[in-house]
Design a protein around this ligand. Structure first.
Ligand SMILES: [Zn+2]
Length: 205
């Protein structure tokens, strides 16, 4: 059973979290660390200024879970990047060339780049879809080699859209205005220890 705890974030400062001193993935003694990295663009409602808020934590792992975390990350990133470039690139070329041929660049001022702008928008959208599809296909193909850790991890494409992150045994998702961070522990014991060590920072959820 997994358990979700919500940590409060004050003034966009990373809360000082204390993790249990053993692997969050399997409970074995700590022998390594994996980075949990959350970056989110937040708009200040009073000043309308945008700011990137970064939270970074070293999560205790055993060697095996640290390696598996890296493997799962690469198994998501590489197919995603290939799908993004292939599908996004094709859509960019197709739309930009099509718009150029239809004379979009002669609309309005002289020497504008309407076809490139249209192509880039189409390429970005198609690339995100292509990346997601490639990641799903890549994951299905890689499960026999990388094992069930791959099935438990959220898709990188969706994690990125939600500005969250995952390491073996722990998933993190910030809320919309970055005032709270939801941490989902795969192990109830790890969640209980975390709760005891960080009680003052938690929010009722
Ligand atoms: Zn482990």
């Amino acid at each position: 059973m997994s358990q979700t705890l919500t940590v409060k974030i004050h003034d966009r400062e990373p809360p000082k979290l204390v993790f249990p001193n053993r692997c969050l993935g399997c409970g074995n003694p700590k022998a390594a660390e994996s980075n949990l990295l959350i970056k989110k663009l937040v708009t200040d409602e009073r000043t309308n200024e945008q700011d990137v808020v970064t939270l970074k934590y070293a999560v205790p792992h055993c060697e095996r879970c640290a390696r598996s975390t890296k493997a799962v990350f690469l198994a998501g990133l590489i197919p995603w990047a290939l799908g993004f470039l292939a599908v996004g690139g094709a859509a960019f070329a197709f739309v930009a060339w099509g718009a150029f041929r239809r004379g979009f660049d002669t609309v309005g001022q002289l020497h504008n780049n309407n076809s490139l702008v249209l192509g880039a928008a189409a390429g970005l959208f198609a690339g995100l879809v292509g990346g997601l599809v490639a990641e799903v296909v890549g994951r299905v193909l890689l499960v026999p080699f990388l094992g069930s850790a791959l099935l438990r991890a959220p898709l990188l494409s969706l994690s990125l859209l939600a500005d969250g992150d995952w390491v073996a045994g722990l998933r993190a998702r910030p809320n919309r205005d970055m005032t709270a961070l939801a941490l989902t522990f795969a192990s109830d014991d790890a969640a209980r220890e975390f709760l005891a060590a960080n009680a003052g920072l938690l929010r009722e959820s």
